[in-house]
Ligand binder design. Sequence first.
Ligand SMILES: *Cc1c(COP(=O)(O)O)cnc(C)c1O
Length: 358
Amino acid sequence: MTAIWSVDKEAFLQNAIQVKNDNSIMAVVKNNAYHYGLAFAVTSFLKAGIHTFSTTSLKEAIKVRELAPNATIFLMNAVYDFEKVRKYQIQMTLPSLAYYYKYKNDLSGIKVHLEYENLLHRSGFKTLEEIKEVIEDHLANTNEDKMIISGVWTHFGYADEFDVPEYGVEREAWINVVNALLKEGYQFDFIHAQNSASYYREGQILLPQHTHARVGIALYGSRPYSRLDTQIIKQSLTVKGNVIQVREVNVGDYCGYSFAFEATRDHTRLAVVDIGYGDGILKSRAKHDALINGKRYPIRALMMSHMFVEVDDEVDAQDEVILYNNDIRIDEYTFKGVGANSEQLSAMNHDSLIKEYR
Ligand SMILES: *Cc1c(COP(=O)(O)O)cnc(C)c1O
């Protein structure tokens, strides 16, 4: 018996179809598609009718090109390997005025999307005036092989937050930029801003004038915020271990390394389970429970390749111990403070767990 990471392929596809609905989606496949596997995710999204992809690394963008010869691929980080970007027909962000002036000749033939910085301050042009400056300089450029401005975009830093006004602020600032550019008569093939949270906050529709929503986590089956119903976004991933044996301990017995857990009753039953932090179960996740035979039991101690779960008489050796599935979801623990959805997903150790697509 070995702990397993498995994805239900049909459930993954059905979720993607439901997330897309009638909209044009740019699927974010960064970090190996949120650790679901780049090839698997891209193939599934194509089946769901999604033909536009986005990632942060050129290496992944090239892999996507090999998987999806006709797709639009957008690289969210600016890179300097212009030859490869051209060769694989990857569209790329234009991240600043300085970058534009330094590399405008190197960018010849490359389609770029002008990035607006907004409240996240990670990248992008500071103001509408900076964006206009680039467009005007570009229009005045008589070089025949110059770069091509194909899009404008921004990234919201606060769409996942409800108790602060920042999402409204960054949303309005961005909409003003888009409207001002369109009013000037500039045209773009791509206008995109919304991550999963923003997409659902707007009612699962695109912002006005937008061509795509740039969605990640919802496509992978986790809700970006807790007010969304669990039926709207469904998890296809299961992570489970097995009970190796059940041991009885008595009041005052310390269990696990360095007094990890102290039994407070005689005849406490502890299931020893074959999954631990070495497999990617976060310490913060182990403060909560696991699902065995349809019932939840508290995790009492976490070790590298084991954990203790306090159980009752209904649990025996060889029973399955589910850490994550659609009934005990990643997003439930996100909202309990364990860590971001993507953080829990990224932690999984695909070398120690058996990995299955079923
Ligand atoms: C990760 C990322 C997204 C997707 O965000 P989700 O919350 O996973 O939908 C969109 N845009 C950018 C720039 C990102 O880095």
